[in-house]
Ligand binder design. Structure first.
Ligand SMILES: O=c1ccn([C@@H]2O[C@H](COP(=O)(O)O)[C@@H](O)[C@H]2O)c(=O)[nH]1
Length: 232
């Protein structure tokens, strides 16, 4: 897949999602389906999006014991999405088994691991979770062991993308949420950046949600993001 911007479809129902995509003429744009939509609509939302030629990142962030994740991945592998993910915090064995669950199917679905959520900062890691180090050190460490256990890439913030590439190689994918257009609110995100900064820092795929979905003119906002980072 070429560098692209995944639009986060954080809507409660398929009807609202479909109306939004059609009304704003966002035909065939790469999309991210998260827990909110998938837990309501299930696999049929993926079928509908695929029928409309949307590349799909299924962002369910699996995190459980290795066997459960392997079996869940076996089921998800038949959906034919482009990217699925797990939490790196599940550990090396879980990542390995997730990859095993995905392999051998008819689709080349990429497995990526969430490093440090973009809604967290160093204080969250050190004080709440008792994980030492700053967000950058921890994200690079998680990326390194995710790669060594079969992941094709990671979810990280823009601020760690380049260091992760330096450690894990340029072909190791970095997917960066927390993207904000200039006039947008930060919402619950702590580690944010603009689309152009994301691309300058080596991000392969950007994830943008509310900066577009809550914009006055969503189509214009999405196009502005594309233009800012020179992605088609
Ligand atoms: O670290 C992470 C991992 C996933 N996300 C998801 O990306 C979008 C971001 O939405 P915005 O509205 O652009 O903030 C959302 O669906 C999250 O679940 C993330 O933000 N950070």
């Amino acid at each position: 897949m070429e560098k692209s911007i995944f639009l986060a479809l954080d809507f409660p129902t398929w009807q609202e999602t479909k109306d939004f995509l059609n009304f704003h003429e966002l035909y065939g744009v790469p999309v991210k389906v998260g827990m909110e939509l998938f837990y309501r609509e299930g696999p049929k939302v993926i079928e509908s999006l695929k029928a409309n030629n949307h590349p799909i990142f299924l962002d369910l962030k699996l995190h459980d014991i290795p066997t459960t994740v392997m079996r869940a991945m076996r089921n998800l592998s038949s959906l034919g999405v482009d990217i699925v993910n797990v939490h790196a915090l599940g550990g090396s064995e879980m990542i390995k088994r997730a990859k095993e669950g995905l392999s051998g199917g008819q689709f080349d679905t990429k497995l990526i691991a969430v490093t440090v959520l973009t809604s967290m900062d160093t204080e969250t890691l050190n004080v709440e979770l008792m994980i030492p180090g700053n967000t950058e050190d921890v994200a690079v460490h998680f990326a390194d062991f995710a790669k060594r256990n079969g992941a094709d890439g990671v979810v990280c913030s823009v601020h760690e993308s380049m260091q992760i590439k330096e450690k894990c190689g340029m072909d190791f994918l970095t997917v960066t949420p927390g993207i904000r257009l200039e006039d947008s609110s930060r919402d619950d995100q702590k580690r944010i950046a603009s689309p152009s900064y994301a691309v300058e820092n080596g991000a392969d795929f950007l994830v943008i949600g509310r900066s577009v979905t809550k914009a006055k003119h969503p189509r214009e906002a999405y196009e502005r993001a594309l233009k800012e980072c020179g992605v088609k």
